[in-house]
Design a protein around this ligand. Structure first.
Ligand SMILES: [Zn+2]
Ligand SMILES: [Zn+2]
Length: 373
């Protein structure tokens, strides 16, 4: 059976607020709670479905991953009844304590925890973010020690009952008239000790190592996007499922382009003569270069828009645009000859200044009005 859309499960819109989602979940979960539906075998399935949907949508990061990649972005194997009992606890206590007075139905749930989620920060160049990127990352991981198969004992030896507590894990100490039970300091409560610890893991049964993971960053990711690697987080406790690893994308500042969602912006300096006479200039794009025809009499601040030369975002249907902002550059390090030509140019312009410099003329007129009231 195809998994239902989480928003549909909770009966909320895709832009529902956190509060709306919480309310919807409360409503659905109360309706389907197994304790309230003892005769309806489907209630628990509905309840679990709501719970799963809420778990994802209530977590901003998971919700973003779900919005971005759908069920595939959440967990391809989720919802297979994993942790039916184990899972009830976590958000249950958060939301239901006030409804059911803190009483959790059903006894005998073992302490099974899902492993913690991990985050890996990845810096990408703008080009890598735009075009997609595949890489391998190394992350620290704990694994069962191969030498002792996790027992912690040296080959040929075995853990033995702790002599201090005789395997009870607790010792009683007397303080005056009182006798107090205390966790056994020798075995730390486990009841057994390892007389000959495994040399590889020093008796812990686990070894730290690095694992290498392949990460595929989809084209168009933006600052703050996350890519989820299902099950690559910390291992679960007592057979619980592992957490997930989130690769958090950070985008390095670019020398030329500033990104605004799917659009790119860049500055486009042009010379005084190009600005006045017009011309064709070559500008860089993320995929190479493009030519822009600058018309005569182009002013500073004019923006040229190159349609489709931006970035196609992960969630977008079409690429954004590239905006080039014209800055007319005042020439520097002039030779005497250049100065002379400019002075000559200026004296010619002065004969009909208002016509050649309409903006300066307008500005002067406004200033006059201001001072003369
Ligand atoms: Zn070992
Ligand atoms: Zn002990």
């Amino acid at each position: 059976m195809a998994k239902r859309d989480y928003y549909e499960v909770l009966g909320v819109n895709r832009d529902a607020s956190e509060e709306d989602i919480k309310k919807a979940y409360r409503r659905h979960a109360m309706k389907w709670h197994p304790d309230r539906n003892p005769d309806n075998p489907k209630a628990e399935d509905h309840f679990k479905e709501c719970k799963e949907a809420y778990e994802i949508l209530a977590d901003a990061n998971k919700r973003a991953a779900y919005d971005q990649f759908g069920h595939a972005g959440i967990d391809p194997h989720a919802g297979g009844g994993a942790g039916a009992g184990a899972g009830f606890g976590d958000i249950f206590s958060d939301i239901f304590s006030d409804i059911f007075g803190g009483a959790r139905g059903g006894a005998g749930r073992s302490t099974v925890f899902r492993g913690a989620d991990l985050r890996y920060n990845m810096e990408l160049a703008l080009e890598q973010a735009a075009h997609g990127f595949e890489t391998k990352i190394r992350i620290p991981a704990a694994a069962t020690c191969e030498t002792c198969k996790g027992s912690g004992a040296r080959a040929g030896s075995q853990p033995t009952s702790c002599p201090a507590c005789r395997g009870a894990g607790q010792v009683r100490i007397s303080q005056g008239p009182f006798s107090i039970a205390q966790t056994c300091p020798r075995c730390h409560g486990s009841g057994s000790i390892i007389p000959n610890p495994c040399a590889t893991c020093s008796g812990t049964g686990r070894v730290k190592l690095q694992k290498t993971l392949s990460v595929k960053i989809p084209p168009g990711v933006d600052e703050g996007d996350r890519v989820r690697l299902s099950g690559e987080g910390e291992p679960g406790v007592n057979g619980g499922p592992p957490g997930d690893l989130y690769v958090q994308v950070h985008i390095k500042p670019h020398a030329v382009f500033q990104r605004d969602h799917d659009d790119l912006h860049c500055e486009m300096p042009i010379s005084i003569s190009t600005a006045a006479l017009g011309g064709e200039i070559s500008i860089p794009t993320l995929d190479g270069s493009a030519k822009i025809r600058v018309p005569a009499e182009t002013q500073s601040g004019k923006t040229f828009r190159l349609k489709g030369k931006g970035i196609k975002g992960v969630r977008s249907q079409f690429p954004g645009d590239l905006f080039c902002h014209v800055v007319v550059e005042t020439p520097v390090s002039l030779t005497e000859r250049q100065r002379q030509l400019l002075r000559e140019f200026e004296s010619l312009s002065a004969q009909d200044s208002a016509r050649h410099n309409p903006r300066a003329k307008g500005w002067i007129d406004k200033m006059k009005e201001f001072f003369e009231g």
